[in-house]
Design a protein around this ligand. Structure first.
Ligand code: MV4
Length: 468
């Protein structure tokens, strides 16, 4: 067993990791920036060590500072959380070189999945259905034109080291390809330090379905079913649910088996997630793989009864998977709403500052993962996730009713939050019917703004962002 884990992250996920470690009898060290001195993670951890000034570059992204903190605190393992350095293969390697166990996959797996076109090739080789497109990088506009002619328009240019939507360009016709290629390439170089692009058939308004999986050092891989993350805005997920209302038992089995084959094919160990696009005809295609613990892991925990963070820690220790695929049973329905300190009526503008009052919902089937307490001051430097509310019940309809009830109980004063957006989602007939796709969020925002406008003169103020 590890004696001590250093948590190289902040916010709710630092709290989540500390809780899992403590339940395993492992001591924790919170690595924090100057801006997080008063954070809940610092209060809950056994020890805390400052890793630098508020800007992420100087603290949560500073590899040498974090490695030094591990050495000073005598931690034998490090949990990277999500975001920050969690998918940086050089960081995972630096941990290994200094004898610190990185709680995640081997550095080589991170590197391979970080190259999105290499990841697709590896998955194609393992028999996973991938989005139709170029075999690897397209080296020139002429090559892209040839591939696009085969695929048929519209096509999508993506950055080799992209992911999360950055550096993508939709191309509707051959005439637009050259300029889109130059722009996407320049954007990729600026964002990722690599200008390489690959090409895919553009799938209109897909659903985002992802399969949670885990692999062990013995080469066994299991999956934990899917999450539907189609309620996104500008590539930020806002709502996740499990199971997906779009899935049949047959498709679940097919995608689960494909994800297991793909992960086993690259010798993957640790927790991971395979993202798929699901088109209107019900065809699913591999998009990319996330090699970290994800924000939305909790919905899977609620429908499987498995603590994924404890599992991730045990896998990093070299333990074998403690369950077989047949023993993983999905039961009930879970939905998560991300409560961010952002104003959905003002283009989701961040709303940092003091949370003067905070009352999280509770009661049967409601889980709240948060680092917020009354009087907590949200720093302006990081992402704005305040709390994840997860409602679980036996059926989807009952889970949605439970979430509506939970949102009604929630009180956050002092900052604007995304809670009004979520109330609008839960009222939306398309969402309630379950037949929604990645176009839903913008429609919900428009409906929310429309409703506010109708609510009185105060709602029509000119500084409100228009519907997009
Ligand atoms: C796509 C696509 C349509 N066709 N690829 C967005 C994030 C990045 N990981 C990939 N993304 C997409 N890739 C093809 N070939 C549409 C998107 C996309 C999207 C995907 C999932 C969830 C929300 C989305 C919002 C806009 C675009």
């Amino acid at each position: 067993m590890f004696r001590k884990i250093l948590v190289a992250n902040r916010g709710e996920i630092a709290v989540r990791v500390i809780r899992a470690a403590h339940e395993l009898g492992i001591a924790t060290v919170a690595a924090y920036s100057d801006a997080d001195r008063e954070s809940l993670a610092v209060k809950l951890a056994d020890e805390a060590i400052c890793i630098g000034p508020a800007p992420s570059k100087s603290s949560y992204l500073n590899i040498s500072s974090i490695i030094s903190a591990c050495q000073i605190a005598d931690a034998d393992a490090l949990h990277p959380g999500y975001g920050f350095l969690s998918e940086n293969h050089r960081f995972a390697e630096a941990c290994g070189e200094t004898g610190i166990v990185f709680i995640g996959p081997p550095a080589e797996a991170i590197r391979c999945m970080g190259d999105k076109s290499a990841a697709k090739a590896a998955m194609r080789a393992a028999g996973v259905p991938v989005t139709p497109g170029s075999e690897g990088v397209v080296g020139s506009v002429d090559e892209a034109l040839a591939v696009a002619a085969d695929l048929g328009y519209p096509v999508l240019l993506k950055a080799r080291e992209g992911g999360g939507g950055k550096g993508m360009r939709v191309v509707a016709e051959p005439e637009g390809l050259a300029s889109a290629f130059e722009m996407a390439s320049a954007e990729a170089l600026a964002s990722f330090g690599n200008a390489d692009l690959y090409l895919e058939k553009y799938i209109l308004r897909p659903r985002h379905i992802e399969i949670q999986l885990a692999g062990d050092a013995a080469g066994r891989v299991v999956h934990f079913g899917e999450r539907d993350c189609s309620v996104q805005r500008r590539h930020q997920k806002l709502v996740e649910e499990a199971p997906s209302p779009a899935m049949t038992e047959a498709l679940r089995r097919e995608l689960g088996e494909a994800a297991v084959r793909g992960a086993a094919g690259i010798g993957y160990r640790s927790l991971g997630t395979m993202e798929f696009l699901l088109d209107a005809e019900g065809h699913a295609y591999f998009m990319e793989m996330n090699t970290r613990l994800q924000v939305e892991h909790g919905v899977t925990e609620e429908v499987t009864g498995i603590d994924l963070v404890k599992l991730q820690i045990l896998l990093a220790l070299g333990h074998g998977l403690p369950m077989r695929q047949e023993e993983i049973r999905l039961s009930g329905h879970a939905i998560e709403c991300r409560i961010n300190a952002e104003d959905p009526l003002r283009d989701f503008r961040p709303s940092p500052g003091e949370v003067t009052y905070f009352y999280p919902p509770g009661g049967p089937g409601v889980r709240v993962d948060t680092h917020v307490y009354p009087g907590y001051v949200i720093p302006p430097f990081y992402d704005s996730l305040l709390a994840k509310i997860i409602a679980t019940e036996r059926t989807r309809d009952a889970a949605l009713a439970r979430m509506r009830r939970a949102l009604d109980e929630l009180v956050v004063e002092g900052v604007a939050t995304t809670a009004p957006f979520h109330r609008q989602v839960l009222e939306d007939p398309v969402f309630r019917g379950g037949a929604y796709d990645t176009g839903l969020a913008e429609q919900v925002v428009a409906a929310l703004i429309e409703r506010e406008r109708g609510a009185g003169p105060q709602a029509a103020r000119a500084d409100r962002a228009p519907a997009v």
